[in-house]
Design a protein around this ligand. Structure first.
Ligand SMILES: Cc1cc2nc3c(=O)[nH]c(=O)nc-3n(C[C@H](O)[C@H](O)[C@H](O)COP(=O)(O)OP(=O)(O)OC[C@H]3O[C@@H](n4cnc5c(N)ncnc54)[C@H](O)[C@@H]3O)c2cc1C
Length: 445
């Protein structure tokens, strides 16, 4: 593959979620030049789409948005959105990355984020940034605090009516935009591409009864609970009614080798408790039940958070329910074994159910960079205890959920560690190069 390097950086960070942003900021503050390669139209990752965070119940976007702004305004950081790695190569001079930039169909330099195109567009399409729970226009800014505040056009929904182009005050709409390659060079890389959920779990395992609009996953619930969410209040998606009962189904795919997910996804117990409390706060009459196998409250103040939820009337049932059938008005009927009683099977009806789906890696590096992957498909840490940010490849470090499920605190700590490892590495190679050139000069005298 030939590379025609257009820009050089000290470090390239792949993935602009909370881990990638933190690593980039830590390095940029040390005066290193950093590029963030983000596949979505905005940086921010999953955290900016959450409602509140456990165990403090701080507003997630109130914490993430200032971090995103610091990244965007940092003189040492360049953000490349809608971009993914095509190939990474390394030689004595460092890394060369071939990046694919997907077309935005809107000129990022001239778009002023006024949304005139969005208002004029007549087409509605499912809004993926609201987890498909509402609609957006065919040309749109992904969400209110997206960075960059630049529109993008979804060509699959666009009817080419030309209205967006006509109303744009800066002539930024460009229907002829094309996918292009950008070649970058760097001395080190950090991989922080995060996670995705096992979204096909319910329909694959339970079939037709799971195809009920009132069965959602936990990231969808985060959007429903968020003040900037699809309904701006806690309603069930099927008919927009306030749910009188909500069931949380834990370990939906996790800790189950039949799905290839033998591990615990670590954060589900805590986010289910968080969301149960938030539903109770908004709808005090709603009965909230968490079906769990084991409760894992591993972090600081997490056990107190669990005990507090019990004291506040959240019902905890030790059982692994199956989705049995669809009840009247699209209610969800669960069947479970009464493990704490006489072991009989119980059928119970809920207005809606939330699946705590298994966490999987978002990205498999196999075709683009040579990185060791562990049996669980997350990146392998050769020294997980002493140096969790090392990947086993010289000059490539990692941070966040890319190496395994973890909460925000651990992702941030690991991001700092990855930045420190990268900074030490940069200093070492600079020292080595300086020593080599001194030797060359000396040998020429
Ligand atoms: C429902 C739910 C609720 C949660 N609630 C909490 C909570 O309250 N408190 C808490 O501590 N933790 C919570 N978590 C965990 C939290 O989401 C993670 O700890 C955190 O988001 C990890 O950040 P990250 O940067 O590693 O990954 P991500 O947030 O996944 O960010 C990764 C970024 O990389 C990008 N990317 C992916 N692949 C590529 C690629 N090939 N090229 C370029 N970019 C790529 C993605 O688009 C994304 O922007 C929750 C998790 C879930 C599922």
């Amino acid at each position: 593959m030939s590379f025609n390097v257009s820009e050089s950086f000290d470090v390239i960070v792949f993935g602009g979620g909370i881990a990638g942003m933190q690593s980039a900021l830590d390095l940029a503050d040390q005066d290193y030049k950093v590029a963030i390669i983000e596949k979505d139209a905005s940086i921010g990752g999953k955290m900016v789409r959450l409602d509140k965070v456990f165990p403090t119940l701080d507003c997630a976007s109130c914490i993430t948005t200032p971090k995103m702004a610091s990244v965007a305004h940092h003189r040492n950081i360049s953000i490349f959105t809608l971009c993914e790695l095509a190939k990474l190569e390394k030689d004595d001079a460092g890394f060369r990355a071939k990046i694919i930039r997907k077309p935005r169909y809107v000129n990022q330099e001239t778009c002023i984020g006024c949304r005139q195109c969005e208002y004029a567009c007549p087409v509605m399409a499912p809004d993926n940034d609201q987890m498909g729970l509402t609609a957006r226009k065919a040309i749109y800014i992904p969400f209110t605090n997206a960075i960059p505040q630049v529109a993008l056009l979804d060509t699959e929904s666009c009817v080419l009516c030309g209205r967006c182009e006509k109303v744009c005050p800066t002539n930024a709409v460009n229907y002829y935009d094309r996918e292009e390659y950008i070649d970058l060079s760097a001395k080190a890389c950090i991989v922080s591409t995060g996670y995705q959920l096992l979204t096909d779990f319910a329909t694959r395992v339970y079939g037709e009864p799971a195809q009920n609009p009132n069965i959602i996953d936990a990231l969808q619930l985060e959007r429903i609970l968020a003040p900037t969410g699809p309904y701006m209040e806690m309603l069930r998606p099927g008919d927009g009614k306030e749910p009188e009962s909500v069931a949380f189904i834990q370990c939906a795919g996790s800790r189950d080798q039949t799905n290839g997910v033998g591990y615990c996804s670590r954060v589900c117990c805590m986010y289910a408790i968080k969301n149960a409390l938030l539903i109770q706060q908004e709808l005090p009459e709603t009965k909230v039940t968490i079906f769990y196998i084991d409760m894992r409250a591993f972090g600081k103040n997490y056990e107190q958070f669990f005990q507090n939820a019990k004291a506040k009337g959240i019902r905890f049932v030790k059982a692994k329910p199956v989705i049995h059938s669809r009840g009247e008005n699209d209610s969800v009927i669960l069947r479970y074994e009464d493990q704490e009683g006489d072991g009989r099977n119980i059928l119970e009806e809920f207005d809606m159910a939330v699946m705590s789906l298994a966490i999987l890696p978002a990205w498999n590096p196999s075709e683009t960079m040579d990185l060791p992957v562990a049996e669980d498909n997350f990146l392998k840490a050769p020294f997980p205890k002493m140096a969790p940010a090392l990947t086993g490849r010289e000059g490539i470090f990692m941070a966040g959920v890319v190496s395994g499920p973890k909460d925000i605190v651990d992702s941030i700590v690991e991001a700092g560690a990855a930045a420190m490892e990268a900074s030490n590495y940069l200093k070492a190679i600079d020292a080595l190069r300086a020593a080599r050139s001194t030797r060359i000069v000396a040998s020429n005298i």
